[in-house]
Design a binder for this molecule. Structure first.
Ligand code: ADP
Ligand code: ASP
Ligand code: MG
Length: 482
């Protein structure tokens, strides 16, 4: 069998007929090289946001608002499909799209009548983006001359029942991929499947309970598929040249990082670099599969290669990530901190509310923690106030500077804080991982801080690690969430 390569295309790479044609020619290019691609696609750009908005509108009883959103979405899909397939194939594809949109509208009508949006129904609605795009793209690929086949990801990506952020079940997934995906790939067909969506273990074979893997989860699907079928490579095709020294929307002159280690990439992804979903790295690490981040608008560019051992880099940092919309929670209790079991009691509260903590710092009388801003904060604070005095403050951001070369280097922290001496730094963490230095700032000062740090640390880039030849990516080309 040919070598298998998983190619994941994000929302902007499938945003319209032109982008989908470009995607088809990139996939053909891999075929021509004797590889067998397995293609994982996102919903068309912005569709997931729109589906969430439609579900929310229906959930609060705004039936007309919800249906207006899906009406626009229906036109966009039908128009795109019509532009992509042969005249003979148009009726079947558009009829299928119409029936799926009727089904979606039925759910939204029901939802607005009941007025309650459960996580399970939300997943059913939000999964439509990938269900529609994947089928449409498979047909478009066939029309473009690829021997392609659509496979419903939900039959293979088995998860637990945590709707909205379901946890994949690796062993079952591997088994299902062998049944549903590998036979097509062995026959040389290009499988097209939707990212982000799965089904819960509680599903009956004839009635799948749809789940989703969390926002940005199509990268995760690609990694699960790549890990499950032992692919030779996992390619994440997006709208920038690769992992850059920071988000090019903040610093347009950011440079492409040519090679980065799994460990560094995972740290960046976890701390907010949206270019990669944080869970993408794990399945790849387990099987030591190289991951590439590539630009579908500039396929000639070699992108970023993520491998287990990155070559030595002259500069301390490879990239700077930013995580916005965080809240700092201060828990203050005189005498309590040193007492046995106190920290456990605090963490139990976060555990009970299934709320992940990003950073922790302690003093004699207080514990400060940072969490994603979310609607559960008042409840969490109420529970914590049974233990101690609590106050919380939102609109914070975490800046995370990542690089293997900070290990054992003296004076890095001094250089970092000197570069942003005009910025009010709230919490600092270094050492939890030896390769990252992170700190909290006010959200509205974060971008300026990143520009100052970028100017200070990437003014003399190591040409072995950073691409200093390609003109910087235009940040304006980046389009936002799907
Ligand atoms: P896709 O829809 O293809 O999954 P995303 O929007 O999820 O794409 O991720 C790509 C975006 O990630 C880029 O447009 C860029 O603005 C942002 N980004 C954030 N940090 C980085 C970084 N360090 N390198 C590259 N892109 C980054
Ligand atoms: N469409 C989903 C989202 O926008 C998943 C993805 O694109 O990765 O979050
Ligand atoms: Mg993404």
């Amino acid at each position: 069998m040919n070598k298998l390569v998983v190619m994941k295309f994000g929302g902007t790479s499938v945003e319209d007929a032109t982008a989908i044609r470009r995607t088809a020619s990139i996939v053909k290019g891999r075929h021509d090289k004797g590889l067998t691609p397995i293609v994982v696609v996102s919903a068309m750009a912005k569709v997931t946001d729109q589906l969430l908005a439609a579900a929310a509108a229906a959930g609060r009883g705004d039936r007309a608002g919800a249906l207006a959103i899906t009406a626009r979405m229906r036109c966009r899909h039908v128009e795109t499909a019509t532009a992509l397939v042969s005249a003979e194939a148009i009726p079947a594809l558009t009829q299928w799209l119409e029936s799926e949109f009727c089904f979606l509208d039925e759910i939204l009508r029901g939802l607005s009548a009941v007025g309650e949006l459960t996580p399970r129904i939300s997943d059913m609605v939000v999964s439509m983006g990938e269900r529609l795009s994947s089928r449409m793209i498979a047909d478009a690929f066939s029309h473009a001359g690829l021997d392609s086949v659509h496979v419903d990801s939900r039959a293979s990506i088995v998860t637990d029942a945590q709707h909205g952020k379901a946890v994949p079940q690796d062993a079952l997934i591997e088994q299902r991929l062998k049944e549903h995906v590998l036979p097509h790939a062995s026959a040389g067909r290009t499988v097209v499947m939707g990212g982000f969506i799965g089904s819960s273990m509680d599903s009956a074979p004839d009635k799948l309970i749809t789940t989703t893997l969390g926002r940005g989860g199509s990268d995760f699907t690609a990694a699960l598929v790549g890990g499950g079928i032992d692919a030779a490579a996992i390619e994440i095709w997006t709208d920038v040249n690769g992992i850059m020294t920071t988000d090019p929307r903040i610093v347009p002159e950011a440079l492409r990082v040519k090679t980065i280690s799994f460990e560094e990439a995972a740290e960046l992804a976890y701390f907010g670099a949206k270019v990669l979903h944080p869970a993408t790295i794990l399945p790849a690490v387990k099987k030591n599969i190289p991951v590439f981040v590539l630009n579908s608008r500039n396929p000639e560019n070699e992108g970023t290669r993520i491998i287990s051992l990155a070559p030595h880099c002259r500069s301390p940092f490879k990239s700077i990530a930013l995580k916005r919309r965080l809240t700092i929670i201060d828990v203050v209790a005189s005498r309590m901190l040193m007492s046995h079991g106190y920290l456990r009691a605090i963490f139990e509260v976060f555990d009970r509310h299934k709320c992940a903590v990003d950073m922790v710092s302690t003093s004699e009388v207080s514990v400060s923690l940072t969490v994603d801003s979310n609607e559960k904060l008042p409840e969490i604070a109420a529970d914590l106030s049974k233990l101690a005095d609590v106050k919380y403050e939102g609109r914070k951001a975490l800046i995370c500077m990542v690089g293997e070369n900070i290990r054992g280097q003296n004076g890095i922290a001094a250089r970092v804080f000197d570069a942003i001496r005009h910025v009010n730094v709230r919490m600092i963490s270094q050492g939890a991982s030896e390769i990252n230095m992170s700190f909290m700032v006010e959200e509205d000062e974060a971008e300026e801080a990143i520009r100052s740090l970028h100017a200070a640390f990437f003014n003399d880039p190591d040409p072995d690690i950073f691409d200093i030849e390609t003109a910087p990516a235009t940040a304006a080309s980046a389009k936002g969430a799907n």
